[in-house]
Design a protein around this ligand. Structure first.
Ligand code: HEM
Length: 143
């Protein structure tokens, strides 16, 4: 196993763990303004220091291995699913930043709209990541 592949899998695992913890705390709050403000700030901090570095790490290490990889339909499927997860996650990060700004302004009607879309797109991120993991796992056992 190359060091790049080791780092790739480490970033994938960190990213998945981060998404699961975020989903847990996002579904553990009441609808009080204080809780919504707290969770909006916590989610942005989590994105800034863990989630963004993790999915950028997946992208960079994946890109670094492209030149050596045997191009198979399974690998391209995995990369397509991985890029889908990364793209939707980037949109979610944008929604998290916008949602925090609305919480700071006390606009919770607007906050609820963004919160709804952030959860919907977050589910797409999780599903695409899990599908990429299944494809990657199949590649791994076939090595
Ligand atoms: C959700 C995102 C991703 C997951 C879960 C994932 C998972 C994996 C796994 C499990 C492997 C090991 C398979 C093996 O042993 O060959 C792997 C390898 C690899 N991944 Fe990813 N990956 C993701 C995203 C990406 C992206 C975005 C790229 C490209 C930009 C990429 C490029 C590669 C390459 C080139 C390999 C090495 C393939 C080989 O040498 O056989 N991956 N990935």
């Amino acid at each position: 196993m190359t060091f790049a592949l080791f780092l790739h899998l480490l970033c994938v695992a960190t990213w998945l763990g981060c998404i699961l913890v975020e989903a847990l705390y996002e579904h553990s709050i009441d609808d009080s303004p204080a809780m919504r403000r707290f969770i909006s700030a916590l989610h942005w901090k989590t994105d800034k220091f863990i989630e963004i570095p993790a999915f950028l790490g997946v992208l960079l290490t994946g890109g670094a291995m492209l030149h050596q990889a045997p191009y198979t339909p399974l690998l391209w499927t995995k990369i397509g699913l991985g890029l889908t997860a990364i793209t939707f996650n980037a949109v979610c990060v944008w929604l998290v930043v916008k949602r925090l700004a609305l919480a700071d302004k006390g606009d919770f009607a607007g906050w609820e709209k963004l919160d709804h879309w952030q959860h919907k797109l977050g589910a797409v991120v999780l599903l695409a990541l899990l599908a990429a993991l299944v494809a990657g796992g199949a590649l791994f056992v076939a090595r």
